[in-house]
Design a protein around this ligand. Structure first.
Ligand code: PA5
Length: 475
């Protein structure tokens, strides 16, 4: 906590740097050597903001001004529904999920309504697995459910397919009042969802222009879901604004947290560390690792640089969870190929504590646990993992949140967004497009028979012929 009683974020990058314990780390000069590039990166990011592309601070300020609309709507509808279901994918799903899991009760959906503040249960349907989709509809009553269809483009096949099924179901069960069960979050002017929403009279929230899916959590994409489920969205934005201010105001790689993390990632990538592991030591941050993975992968995995040269860059993100993955992945991190950097995310003060009972009748080898707490055990395991990595000369760093609350989650989101933007600049690529994803989306349109995609359909069928196959039929 700082002097104002607000959570603070600390970066500990000892495990990335050269030291008596780790000859494999970076020297300070290597970080300073990036200073000019970082200054150019800052100018480039800010000029993209001016062209409306990446408007972190303007976005946050305008969201703060609009927040009352989201909060008023949320407070009005929340008591009327048992369930709130997000239909969206990628950037339209991972942020709402991450923030919900970080800030609400871990078993929020299982709590009695009064303990949820009489707010609806929360579900995110991102995938289109028919079994899961049908099972969700079997389990909840559409008449008591509000569906939030989120799509920036208003064209994504998965989300549109889900929307069409839900709209049909609602029409059957709710008759003329079906539109009250749908709220859409989409672009102000573009996409196929918008005209339907306008014609059928759905409640609508706008994703501001120039903000791509994975950078949209702090817009109505994430703020609505959070507000409906009782999260303090004002504090979320305050935290994000504070981080934005810190990043914009600080001069020099050692004082700017996003520049520092991007520089460490970039230096490590240049030295063949092709993998970036994100490993929170708090169950509440488990899906934050999914959100980070999309941010890092989709923003930075690019074939061309800005001059159109083939570069095929990108550091592969890996999601892990402490301590669970100490018993699964850490063996590889310590002894496998030296191709990774690891970011631990720790929380200094958990919302709760749990003491382990003392029992002197137990064997000494487990008696030592008695009288200690679960968080002491968790901290010890995290520290011990750091030590094992250091001994093995593997690079690691830590983001320390003083506590896990709306303010610190806002800070964390903005830190990782800015870090990604700096890393994209250092790699000299466009961080904000996703041509590889668009190719897949277009292929889907073609195979599903969308008009105008006939040639592509033919091409896919031609090139995609199955040539080698093995199954249990034996000739
Ligand atoms: O980050 C992105 O741009 C993507 O992950 C999109 O969010 C995802 O493809 C869904 O797109 P849309 O919101 O347009 O439906």
């Amino acid at each position: 906590m700082n002097d104002n009683g607000r959570s603070i974020i600390t970066l500990d990058y000892t495990g990335m740097m050269i030291s008596a314990q780790n000859s494999n780390g970076f020297a300070m000069e290597e970080l300073h050597g990036l200073q000019n590039l970082l200054e150019q990166a800052q100018i480039s990011i800010l000029s993209q903001r001016d062209s409306g592309k990446l408007d972190f601070s303007k976005l946050l300020t305008s969201m703060k001004a609009q927040l009352h609309e989201i909060i008023d709507y949320s407070n009005a509808v929340a008591p009327n529904y048992d369930n709130f279901v997000v239909l969206g994918i990628g950037g339209s799903a991972l942020g709402p999920l991450a923030v919900h899991q970080a800030l609400n009760h871990y078993y929020y959906n299982d709590l009695p309504p009064a303990e949820r503040g009489h707010r609806p249960r929360f579900y995110v349907m991102d995938n289109i697995d028919p079994v899961r989709f049908n099972e969700l509809l079997q389990m909840l009553d559409p008449r008591k459910t509000l569906f939030n269809v989120i799509s920036k483009s208003g064209n994504t096949s998965e989300t549109m397919a889900q929307f069409l099924i839900i709209r049909d179901t609602l029409r059957q069960v709710c008759g003329d009042s079906y539109a009250k069960h749908i709220v859409i979050t989409t672009d102000k002017e573009k996409g196929n969802l918008l005209p339907i929403a306008l014609q059928e009279g759905y409640q609508r929230f706008v994703i501001p222009a120039g903000i791509g899916g994975r950078f949209s959590e702090l817009t109505p994409v994430g703020l609505l879901a959070a507000a409906i489920c009782g999260i303090d969205v004002k504090q979320l934005l305050e935290g994000a604004l504070a981080m934005d201010q810190w990043i914009r105001d600080s001069k020099g790689v050692l004082s700017n947290p996003a520049q520092l993390r991007a520089s460490l990632a970039y230096l490590s990538y240049q030295k063949g560390k092709n993998i970036s592991v994100f490993m929170p030591y708090a169950d509440g941050l488990k899906t934050m690792a999914d959100w980070y993975a999309q941010m890092w992968a989709e923003s930075l995995g690019k074939r061309f640089d800005r001059q159109g040269r083939v570069v095929n860059v990108g550091q592969t993100p890996v999601k892990a969870l402490g301590v669970t993955d100490q018993h699964s992945q850490v063996q590889l991190y310590v002894e496998g190929p030296d191709d990774k950097i690891i970011t631990f995310v720790t929380v200094e003060k958990f919302k709760a504590t749990r003491e382990i009972p003392v029992d002197f009748d137990l064997p000494e080898d487990i008696q030592f646990l008695g009288g200690r707490t679960l968080e002491e055990l968790l901290f010890a395991e995290q520290k011990a993992t750091e030590y094992a990595l250091t001994l093995a000369k593997r690079q690691h760093q830590k983001i320390i949140l003083s506590s896990l609350d709306a303010y610190s989650v806002g800070q964390l989101l903005l830190l990782l967004e800015w870090e990604t933007a700096y890393m994209g600049e250092l790699l000299n690529i466009n961080t904000f497009d996703q041509p590889g994803v668009e190719e897949g989306k277009n292929g889907t349109y073609a195979l599903m028979g969308r008009k105008g995609y006939e040639t592509r359909k033919h091409d896919i069928e031609e090139y995609g012929k199955t040539l080698y196959i093995l199954n249990e039929k034996r000739d």
